[in-house]
Design a protein. Structure first.
Length: 213
């Protein structure tokens, strides 16, 4: 089960670190521009899954200089309803990231790959023939993966649901009913590799340039 949970937790940690280092490196307006589509998608995901679970939505702010937020009522589905709403951006964000990676002119090669657990994760190589639209897709991809992490409020509100979810996963695992495609786990590690690259670049830039917003 750790093979499923570990890449998800790693996404949260690396996304948090990437944002932490970027804030101290690049100008504030550029940072907000980088996060804009990701934050909008993040809040829309909360709002959409609130509606899908029958939860009343009282207000939504898609973007501001301090981020966005969705104010909703008590979910009609006990425990799990809040979990679904809180982690909706992760589900939607990863789905859209999968699509964007597929349309970007990137190449993979067995020589550019690493093995994590039993998963063979191909590293991306930039192919030739990039057009303006491809840089737009890349911008959207970076923005999305930087805003995957649930907020402290999301994690706090869904803590009971997380515990129930882990218990259910464990029961399914014990009975041999749990199946997660290898490709899905490998893609999570692929996103983690991309995030790790952003973390390293942002940390190096912060150390070298020392920009303070």
């Amino acid at each position: 089960m750790l093979q499923i949970l570990s890449p998800v937790v790693t996404v949260f940690v690396l996304s948090f670190l990437a944002n932490r280092f970027l804030v101290g490196w690049i100008p504030a307006n550029l940072y907000l521009f980088l996060l804009f589509p990701g934050v909008v998608l993040h809040e829309l995901s909360h709002g959409a899954f609130s509606i899908l679970t029958g939860t009343p939505v009282h207000g939504i702010q898609l973007f501001s200089r301090t981020g966005g937020h969705v104010v909703h009522g008590q979910p009609r589905i006990p425990v799990i309803g809040q979990l679904i709403i809180s982690f909706a951006p992760l589900i939607v964000g990863l789905a859209l990231a999968t699509y964007l990676v597929g349309i970007l002119p990137l190449e993979t090669d067995s020589q550019w790959a690493i093995t994590i657990y039993k998963y063979h994760v191909a590293l991306p190589r930039v192919a030739q023939g990039w057009q303006v639209i491809d840089f737009i897709w890349l911008y959207l991809l970076l923005s999305i993966i930087l805003t995957l992490t649930p907020s402290k409020q999301d994690i706090s509100a869904s803590s009971a649901g997380v515990i129930v979810f882990i218990i259910v996963l464990y029961i399914l695992k014990l009975n041999g009913w749990l199946y997660v495609p290898v490709e899905a786990i490998a893609f999570l590690w692929y996103i983690n590799i991309c995030l790790a690259g952003i973390v390293l670049v942002a940390y190096a830039g912060k150390r070298v340039l020392g920009y303070k917003s």
